[in-house]
Design a protein around this ligand. Structure first.
Ligand SMILES: Nc1ncnc2c1ncn2[C@@H]1O[C@H](COP(=O)(O)OP(=O)(O)OP(=O)(O)O)[C@@H](O)[C@H]1O
Ligand SMILES: [Mg+2]
Length: 289
């Protein structure tokens, strides 16, 4: 009995501190596949980490071409193994370049949305405890509008959308915004235009998109966050399985990512419109019913 009380007091103390957390949870998504989400996430994480931020990247993409491959990491276990009681969360977190941490969620993420048990509650508490040590949690989601994608976008504090100049990329990101707005009541989005030849081109793409959303999706606000230049060195870094910023620190892609990281790292969480902001991210994202 005494031990139980002591445990719950310690937990209250820990969670009391957690509520002061400045953790920012970003979901990076796109609608269309192959527009540069994973390259952006890996290098944004690298740039934030170099600015002294503690970053945990959550690989929420169940498809191929995942962040671990991009960074040459080899996960042995994922959340499914934690759920099976085979290891702890700390055991599955990988260390990448610039000391980025990567949580390989694997198939375990789908289990999280389904599980209804005390085990799940304990896991959520563990994930919240571990997450508390970070400044940023960045979800690299898959493409499309599957529930796996929309779940993380609506649970995150901020949704960063990536599009390119391709018309299909714009129609697909519009479809994602529409779904997140109509089905998940999400209103605020931040936009990054990738693989452009100039900032002017990116702003043109942004204007085209907002012309349509302003007309058909009342109440939706899309902020222009920035642009990333098309850079022929990106595919080379992908083949070498190393962070682009490490291999080509002065190349066009690196300059753009550093500008974005500078902007993001200087923002205060409270100054942002954090629709889903909760001190206990995991517990609120995956509530036990
Ligand atoms: N700014 C850029 N300049 C040149 N090539 C780029 C740029 N950004 C991404 N690419 C290329 O685009 C391809 C897709 O990138 P990436 O895997 O990051 O996209 P993704 O959106 O995560 O894809 P998926 O939807 O399959 O997860 C890669 O081959 C990468 O080299
Ligand atoms: Mg990807």
């Amino acid at each position: 009995m005494f031990q139980d009380n002591q445990a719950s007091t310690l937990k209250r103390m820990a969670y009391g501190k957690m509520s002061e957390s400045n953790l920012r949870v970003l979901a990076v998504s796109s609608g269309k596949g192959g527009v540069g989400k994973t390259n952006f996430v890996a290098n944004l994480a690298y740039a934030l980490s170099k600015r002294g931020k503690k970053v945990l990247v959550v690989d929420a993409d169940l498809g191929l071409n995942n962040i671990d491959i991009l960074l040459g990491l080899t996960p042995q276990k994922h959340i499914g193994h934690v759920l099976a009681g085979e290891c702890s969360i700390e055991d599955i977190i990988l260390r990448g370049p610039a000391d980025i941490h990567v949580l390989p969620a694997g198939d375990g993420l789908q289990e999280l949305t389904q599980l209804q048990s005390e085990k799940k509650m304990l896991l959520m508490d563990e994930l919240d405890r571990v997450s508390h040590g970070y400044d940023f949690l960045i979800f690299d989601t898959g493409a499309g509008i599957s529930t796996n994608v929309t779940y993380f976008c609506s649970a995150a504090h901020e949704t960063l959308l990536i599009a390119t100049t391709e018309p299909t990329s714009l129609t697909d990101v519009y479809a994602l915004i529409k779904t997140l707005h109509n089905k998940h009541a999400q209103k605020n989005f931040r936009m990054i235009i990738n693989s452009v030849s100039s900032e002017r081109e990116a702003q043109g793409v942004y204007r085209n998109l907002t012309a349509v959303t302003d007309r058909f999706l009342a109440g939706v606000s899309i902020e222009y966050l920035g642009y990333i230049l098309q850079d022929p060195n990106v595919p080379k870094a992908v083949r070498q399985q190393k962070a682009f910023l490490e291999l080509y620190p002065f190349s066009k892609f690196s300059v753009c990512i550093n500008d974005l990281a500078e902007k993001i790292s200087k923002e205060k969480p409270s100054s942002l419109s954090c629709e889903g902001a909760q001190p206990y991210f995991w517990r609120s994202a995956f509530p036990v019913q």
